[in-house]
Design a protein around this ligand. Structure first.
Ligand code: SF4
Length: 79
C-alpha cells in the first residue's frame, strides 16, 4: 500500500507527499494522547480497538518530527 501524507516535517515524509515508513500506526486521538511514543506499529498486534466516528478523531502515532533526534525511538524503519 502507498501512504500519501502532507505532514512534511515528519521524519518519514518524502517528496511528492509520500510516507516512506515501513509500517505506520494509526489510532484514535484519545489513544494517541494517552500512550507513549513506544506505542507504535511494532505493538499493533496487541493493541485494543479504538473506534471513532470521523477522520477528525484519528492520528498517525508513527509521526516523528524531523531533526529532533527521536527518530530511533519508535523502531520504525524508512524504506
Ligand atoms: S509517519 Fe505518519 S505523519 Fe509521518 S509521513 Fe508517514 S503517515 Fe505522515
Amino acid at each position: 500500500m502507498t501512504v500519501r501524507c502532507s505532514v512534511n516535517n515528519c521524519h518519514y515524509w518524502d517528496t511528492g507527499n509520500y510516507c516512506k515508513a515501513k509500517d505506520i500506526m494509526v489510532t484514535s486521538d484519545a489513544m494517541g494522547d494517552r500512550m507513549p511514543d513506544s506505542f507504535d506499529a511494532p505493538r499493533a498486534d496487541n493493541a485494543v480497538g479504538t473506534p471513532v466516528t470521523s477522520c477528525m478523531e484519528t492520528c498517525c502515532k508513527t509521526f516523528v518530527q524531523k531533526g529532533t533526534g527521536k527518530e530511533r525511538y519508535d523502531s520504525i524503519m524508512r524504506q
